[in-house]
Structures are given as C-alpha cells and as structure tokens.
Unconditional design. Structure first.
Length: 255
C-alpha cells in the first residue's frame, strides 16, 4: 500500500526509516506527560496515533516539532542516508476561524506564505502561487471564500495546503477528522493517500475515529503516556491493550 521511494535510506528499519523516536520522554514542570516513547515512521507511511483524551498525542507532536522539551532521541533519516532536521508540516488540533472573519482564503494564505498585508491588493503572481498551493489539496475553488464561512472539511483542506508549503518531509495532523462530516472524512482520507503518493512524504496523524483506521493507516500507534502497542490497524484494534485502554469487554467471538 505504501509508496516507498526512499530506497536509499542508509541504515535502520530495513533502510526505510524516516523518523525515528527512541526512548523519548516529555515533562512539563513536575508532570511527566510521556515516557519511554519509541516508534519509527517509515518513508511514505501514513501512521495513526490513537489514545484516550489526555494520553499525550498532541504533546508527542509538540516534542517532535521542538515546541516541548524532551529527553531521549528524535532522529530524522534523509533519503541520502544523512541525519538532518526535517521540514515538518503541521496542522494543529481544532483550528477554528471566527464565523464573522472577513478575511478571504487568498488573503489568509498570502499573509501566511509571503507576509503579504491583508489590506493591500494581491499581485497576480502571488495569487497564482496561492492557487497552486491550494490545488495540492483540491482547495483552489475556496480561494475567494471567507475563512469564517468554511466548513470543517474545507478548513482542514486549506490548512493542509498551508502545511504543504514548502513541501515537507513529514506532515503532522492533529485530529484532522474532528468536526468533519462523513463525506468530508472520505474526501480527506482519499486526499491524504493522494498527497503521500504525489509528494512522497510521511504522514503522522492523531484520530479518535477508529472505524476508518483500516482504510487509510499503514500502522497504528496506541499511546497512553507511553506506547502500548504498535502494528497494523486490525492487530492494534483487536489487542488486549486497546480493549484495556478503552474499557472494552469483548466476548469470545471478538467483535
Ligand atoms: N502546556 C501544557 N502545560 C501543562 N500541561 C499540559 C500542557 N499541554 C498538555 N498538558 C497536559 O498533558 C496531558 C496530555 O495532553 P495532550 O493534549 O497531549 O493529550 P491528547 O492525547 O492530545 O488529548 P486529546 O485526545 O484530548 O486531544 C494532559 O493531561 C494535559 O492537561
């Protein structure tokens, strides 16, 4: 299922490792949010991070982004085998625009990618660049819409387009499916698959929507302050760890 074009990755993980987290811990003040977190994100993979509220999913993302201090190691393996800082595209949890916000998607995007003041007319060249960026997530038709008038799915497509400029090595999405209806969810998941194939990047996302995991995720990480289980969706969803964390009582016949 995965598109793995980085055959030349030098070492570890059968030469396909993209992001490697080893024994990572995160503490804020006296509170330890994460401990002994280890996992690999392979090139071209879509990996879903699941866990109950407060499990530390957003904190894990923030540590990878360098926003939270951490212990342990977070390494990125480039396709030429060297270690370096990756470009990471990030869409935070529940970003919302004020419903009355008069700023257009074009204005918002131009301000974000080119520091262009919203009160100045946007030159044709910048407009074309914004259109091209939005086209990566099929959101170019939203360019002249007010950001406050976007649906949940449309907000995600615009913010994902922003996270893809410049094209990152890793795309991190914090609960991209929340606030998105069933049709929008299908569109977003199809788009994620298209993005990873087109741009050859790895995607790490958190979700509480377990029903769709088998459709799109190559691998699932079950987190509750540490990694409890990693594996293909079906394996994690049927694991005792998953049942314990979500207080499920399964009969002998499973589901
Ligand atoms: N900046 C912060 N300062 C102090 N505690 C924090 C901070 N950010 C998160 N926490 C705490 O860390 C714990 C993990 O929070 P986090 O947001 O990472 O969990 P989560 O798995 O993303 O939860 P949810 O599924 O509800 O979004 C929570 O108890 C939270 O209160």
């Amino acid at each position: 299922m995965s598109v793995r074009k980085h055959e030349n990755c030098a070492s570890g993980c059968a030469g396909l490792c993209c992001l490697r987290v080893d024994g990572m811990g995160v503490s804020l003040g006296d509170t330890q949010l994460l401990h002994d977190v280890s996992f690999h994100l392979h090139c071209g993979e879509i990996v879903a991070l699941i866990g109950p509220n407060g499990a530390g999913k957003s904190s894990l993302f923030k540590a990878i982004l360098g926003q939270f201090p951490h212990t342990g190691a977070i390494n990125f393996q480039r396709s030429d085998g060297k270690k370096s800082r990756p470009i990471i595209g990030y869409v935070p949890q529940s970003p919302a625009f004020d419903r009355g916000d008069p700023v257009s998607v074009l204005d918002f995007f131009a301000a974000a990618v080119a520091d262009w003041p919203v009160f100045l007319p946007i030159p044709a060249k910048l407009r074309a660049r914004v259109r091209d960026c939005l086209a990566r997530t099929h959101a170019e038709g939203l360019m002249d819409k007010r950001v406050g008038a976007l649906s949940g799915g449309e907000v995600q497509r615009v913010l994902m387009a922003l996270a893809l400029e410049p094209l990152p090595h890793i795309l991190i999405l914090d609960e991209p499916l929340s606030g998105v209806d069933i049709d929008g969810e299908k569109q977003l998941l199809d788009m994620l698959d298209e993005i990873r194939q087109t741009y050859d990047l790895s995607i790490l996302l958190s979700t509480h929507d377990f029903a769709t995991l088998e459709q799109f995720a190559d691998k699932v990480i079950l987190l509750k302050n540490t990694v409890l289980k990693v594996g293909p969706p079906a394996e994690v969803l049927s694991s005792p760890e998953f049942q314990d964390v979500f207080h499920l009582r399964m009969g002998k016949g499973g589901r």
